[in-house]
Design a protein around this ligand. Structure first.
Ligand code: AMP
Length: 179
């Protein structure tokens, strides 16, 4: 029998590690490495997401550098979609389009290959953590620039106190574990 969402959340929460003051003082880093290292936990997560997204006509799963790649690749295979890496500026070899977003100090830029998404194609965006929403919002703007359609934004973890959803309020957002 498939496990329920509540059972899955319980199972996965115990394999997410809090690392205080990483990468800098004051940040409580949600470390998903123990989850990935557990075949049972990782497989339950991908099975659950595949069940949610299969049959919705999604053609591409966009993984956000770098932990988003790890979630996007097995999920894309399971739901019969292609996998598209969204990378930090200067990492992709072919012609790219870019979107910048604000950080606490300064700006960062994300890029995707210009031929990664066809016009009208349905895509799913996935990452490990939704924090302020700046990253996800930049990825949505990349999809928009290429004429794709965001079916949903999927996050393993959502940090509710940072209100990231406000930056992506035009889109459907699904998050599994909320803190
Ligand atoms: P944001 O643009 O603020 O929503 O930040 C999202 C990106 O930063 C994601 O790619 C996350 O992997 C990473 N991130 C932000 N905050 C955390 C956190 N507390 N723990 C782990 N990763 C985080």
């Amino acid at each position: 029998m498939a496990i329920t969402e509540t059972q899955l959340i319980e199972k996965l929460s115990s394999s997410i590690r809090d690392v205080p003051d990483f990468p800098k003082k004051g940040i409580l880093f949600k470390d998903i490495m123990p989850l990935l290292a557990s075949h049972e936990a990782f497989k339950s997560l991908i099975d659950f997401l595949a069940q949610r997204y299969r049959g919705r006509g999604i053609k591409k799963v966009l993984g956000i550098e770098a932990r988003g790649f790890i979630l996007a690749a097995p999920l894309a295979l399971e739901i019969g979609a292609g996998m598209v890496p969204v990378r930090k500026k200067g990492k992709l070899p072919y012609k790219t389009i870019s979107a910048s977003y604000d950080l606490e100090y300064g700006q960062d830029t994300l890029q995707v290959h210009e031929d990664a998404i066809a016009k009208g194609e349905k895509v799913l965006i996935i990452d490990d953590v939704l924090a302020t929403g700046g990253t996800a919002s930049a990825v949505c703007s990349l999809v928009k620039q290429l004429g794709g359609e965001v079916d949903e934004i999927a996050m393993l973890i959502e940090l509710l106190f940072l209100k990231g959803r406000n930056k992506i309020e035009d889109y459907k957002v699904f998050s599994l574990i909320k803190y």
